[in-house]
Write a protein that binds this ligand. Structure first.
Ligand code: SF4
Length: 878
């Protein structure tokens, strides 16, 4: 390789050197050339090369082995944790290193044990000690404190109490013969600081911007004891929010050190564009199309990647979409834990551990031969018999398995228990040698089970004596990047789907950066953590400087997000695509605002003939007692579209609502409290605004831009209501707000809530139903609106409302525009409504769940499950 003059300086430098440069500027190439040059002049065993993780160090080793000449008895090419572990174990300290889940579990156990004495152990924070969120905060903060060296900010009670806990945590680690990451590195620094330490002549560090502060200090110490040290990194992609970007490079190579910038870029800039899908569910399909296009141009699957902020969320949807189109995904991306069989085995273990709800998931999993109808039947029969589901007679063999495993839970490792589940419930996946290879699905399931049992065995090796209870507790630990000292399974060739962070140091021909939306990339926050790392004296804040304000934190957060996006952007060598699938009112990321846009093309799917749906098997009908309990909005949904009703209320495919339903709930809540008969709230705009402020919760949306938009819109709605109606309203005429009813219609019950009931001047009542959406129905449609008609029927039959007088006026009130739509009341209004509802109930009972061509599909979440929509075509008719 021809090196530039700057790279040659890296190779030949004879002292302490800090090298910075962006992606594709040849930092790693120069380090490898330096390594080979040093190895010709001295023993390779005295050259320490440190990479950011095991994958990178293996790649470094593989590349230099091709050119390394002569013999060597050791090649210390490793990670910071690798060298730390080596130094510590050579010094006779063989404590076991905890992974992040084990560390979290230890903190959780310690805090649980401290609940009784919390007031004395946590003088100001004791009310939080039993809370799960507090465990997360403490588990993070204790590592930060240990990493920064334990220096505390003066007068900060939270950090002082945390420091006391850290002493107890340290004692617990010692008692268990364990050490955490910062502890291991600190102990290695003690070894390296000994007067007679003499292990390395040269130290080389790649991706030094990713070092922790403690690791940086260890490198600095090793560098002091060596003849030369070169640390290379790119501060432009450093993403730790609590550290200045160049802090770790400076700590690892303290002044005086020479600095060198590599600024010759060896690769041309990639072709960059963005695609904006029209719905979040379509984005993964559009990503698959991009990858198929690259493959058609001859790019290997292994030379493509999809980078996401969170593999646990967006990554899964992408992996599933790629699988639908037959695109191979590297096995490390399709994590074993995402495989249905693995989730099912873990659910069996949860059930053994006492989680009864896990049984329902097991019954719907590949471990059970029951279909959804059979599971529902078992649930109904158990309910009728008044027993728990697990006591059902048909589940005797599963129950036997649970009881067997429960008796072994105290003496067998979780790996052995998981293997037993596999042997008892899944051995049919193993193909007999004579029968040739198993199906792809069976092989994939088998691979995932092997990976699970293997991982559990390693988990048990690291924690001798830990049993099922400990394993189940560790499952509650939050997701985090894989521990950098662990080797991941060697991945199969395929598209890499991973986090932006884990892509450091790697490059691919085609890279798709998914989820380019405001709130996700960037996710800007001025949030002050419970234990604020920026309060600690350290690299993120100069000693004596005041703590940053919220505005400064937001600016700092945006800078980190820019570097994160830069990291993602610089992973592509030829083709870089930013993708987004915004919901209404989501905003495409400012980082790609000006990028050229190409149309999101959906890949063609080979459509097989639509499956012929069999009639519900068995003699037990879905509604055995033929009685329905419906709400007015369920009736409305069914009338709009039978399939939407079946998904929403029959199967409960998605039941979480969205930000717009959250806005509707909030506005209804404010108006309910404001107009509640008998309350003492002043009838003024100011009082309405104060109430709105009190009732506001940031939980309404995940992302700040959405929250701000919802806040703005809800205040506009309330102001408009006050202006147009509220200020003129005589509150004494409001008879009821959010009035709940539950009435009989034939054999069925219909329930619901009426937003407002007013008394009219002639002593009758008016029903008002608020609408917060933008879409308004026509006057003609209002005449037949089933929800208003149902409210009319309820007002006639509900004892409290019927005592107030018969309904005189039925009105939909659109709060955004303050338009009203009215439904005239006819003489046979109640009779006709009852007949409509009975007819509809009959259709539901006979499971008539067809999609409707005239439905309000724009506001439907089930496009991908609907044969009328292009996205649902793989299950639709040819
Ligand atoms: S997309 Fe339209 S037709 Fe399909 S389920 Fe949704 S509302 Fe019904």
């Amino acid at each position: 390789v021809d090196l530039t003059a700057a790279q040659q300086q890296v190779v030949g430098h004879g002292g302490r050197l800090r090298v910075t440069g962006g992606a594709a500027t040849g930092k790693s190439t120069a380090l490898r050339a330096r390594y080979l040059s040093l190895a010709t002049a001295g023993p390779a065993s005295r050259i320490l090369a440190i990479s950011r993780d095991r994958t990178a160090s293996t790649a470094f080793r593989d590349e230099i082995l091709v050119d390394l000449r002569g013999g060597f008895d050791a090649l210390p090419i490793t990670t910071v944790f690798g060298v730390a572990h080596d130094l510590v174990s050579r010094a006779g300290d063989d404590r076991r290193l905890l992974g992040h889940r084990e560390q979290w579990t230890l903190v959780e156990r310690l805090l649980a044990a401290e609940e009784v004495d919390a007031p004395s152990l946590w003088p100001t924070l004791h009310p939080f000690v039993g809370r799960r969120a507090f465990v997360d905060e403490v588990a993070r903060a204790v590592l930060v404190l240990r990493e920064t060296g334990g220096r505390l900010p003066a007068g900060d009670e939270r950090w002082a109490e945390l420091a006391s806990f850290e002493a107890r945590y340290r004692a617990a680690l010692d008692e268990r013969g364990a050490v955490d990451g910062p502890g291991l590195v600190a102990r290695a620094a003690e070894v390296a600081g000994a007067a007679d330490f003499d292990r390395f002549d040269h130290v080389l560090v790649d991706d030094g911007h990713d070092l922790s502060l403690a690791a940086g200090r260890l490198v600095a110490l090793l560098g002091e004891r060596a003849s030369t040290v070169v640390v290379a990194g790119d501060p432009e992609v450093a993403t730790r929010p609590d550290l200045d970007p160049a802090a770790c490079l400076s700590v690892a190579t303290p002044d005086p050190a020479d600095s060198l910038v590599l600024d010759t870029r060896f690769a041309p800039a990639p072709d960059e564009f963005r695609i904006v899908a029209r719905h979040p569910s379509v984005e993964p399909e559009a990503i698959a199309a991009v990858l198929l296009e690259s493959a058609a141009a001859g790019v290997d699957w292994g030379d493509m990647a999809v980078l996401v902020r969170s593999p646990a969320q967006r990554g899964r949807a992408v992996v599933r979409a790629l699988a639908r189109h037959g695109i191979p995904v590297s096995t490390s991306a399709s994590r074993p834990a995402d495989e249905p069989v693995v989730r099912a085995i873990v659910d069996v273990l949860r059930w053994v551990g006492g989680d009864e709800l896990a049984l329902e998931r097991v019954l719907s999993s590949p471990l059970s031969d029951l279909d959804a109808v059979a599971v529902r039947r078992l649930q109904r029969e158990a309910k009728v018999e008044g027993i728990s589901l697990s006591e059902h007679a048909e589940l005797a063999s599963l129950r036997q398995l649970r009881d067997d495993l429960a008796t072994r839970a105290d003496r067998d490792t979780p790996a052995r228990l998981a293997y037993s589940v596999y042997r008892r419930l899944m051995s049919h996946l193993v193909t007999e040698p004579d029968n040739g290879a198993g199906s792809d699905a069976a092989n994939r399931a088998l691979d995932a089970v092997v990976a699970l049992v293997d991982g559990l065995s390693r988990w048990s090796d690291r924690q001798p004596g830990a049993r099922l209870e400990d394993y189940l507790a560790s499952l509650d630990a939050p997701e985090a990047e894989p521990d950098p000292w662990r080797t991941s399974a060697r991945s199969q060739p395929g598209v890499t789907v991973t986090s932006i962070q884990a892509a450091t140091g790697r490059r691919w021909h085609t890279v798709v950066v998914a989820g380019c939306l405001e709130g996700e990339l960037p996710r800007v926050s001025g949030f002050i953590p419970f234990f604020d790392p920026l309060a600690l004296p350290g690299a993120g804040r100069a000693d004596g400087a005041s703590r940053p304000t919220v505005a400064e934190r937001r600016a700092r957060s945006l800078a980190v997000e820019r570097r994160r996006f830069h990291l993602a952007r610089t992973r592509a060598t030829a083709r870089l695509v930013a993708s987004a699938g915004p919901e209404p009112k989501d905003i495409v990321s400012r980082f790609v605002e000006r990028w050229p846009e190409r149309e999101a093309v959906l890949p063609a799917v080979e459509v097989s003939p639509a499956p012929h749906l069999l009639a519900t098997p068995g003699v037990t009908p879905v509604f055995p007692d033929s009685l329905l309990r419906l709400s007015a909005s369920q009736l409305n949904t069914y009338e709009d579209c039978g399939l939407k009703y079946a998904y929403s209320y029959g199967l409960r495919v998605r039941d979480e609502g969205n930000v717009w339903s959250g806005l509707g709930t909030y506005v209804h809540d404010v108006l309910e409290r404001f107009l509640q008969p008998g309350n003492d709230i002043d009838h003024s705009l100011e009082a309405l605004r104060i109430l709105a402020n009190e009732r506001w919760s940031d939980d309404i949306a995940t992302y700040r831009p959405q929250r701000e938009e919802l806040r703005r819109q809800s205040l506009e709605i309330l102001d408009a209501w006050w202006e147009s109606e509220g200020q003129h309203l005589d509150r004494s005429t409001v008879v009821a707000v959010e009035h709940a009813f539950d009435i009989e219609i034939g054999p069925h019950r219909i329930r619901g809530k009426i937003d407002r009931v007013d008394r009219t001047p002639d002593g009758r009542i008016e029903i008002v139903d608020y609408k917060t959406g933008k879409k308004e129905i026509s006057d003609d449609a209002a005449v037949d609106d089933l929800q208003l008609a149902t409210y009319h029927l309820a007002a006639e039959r509900d004892p409290k409302l019927s005592a107030e007088g018969s309904p005189d006026r039925l009105r939909l009130l659109y709060l955004r525009s303050m338009h009203s739509r009215e439904q005239p009341i006819t003489d046979d209004h109640a009779v006709r409504t009852e007949a409509r509802i009975l007819a509809m109930a009959e259709q539901i009972l006979t499971e008539q769940f067809q999609p409707s061509v005239s439905a309000d599909c724009d506001h439907c979440d089930f496009h991908r499950l609907c044969p009328l929509q292009p996205e649902g075509r793989e299950v639709g008719a040819v």
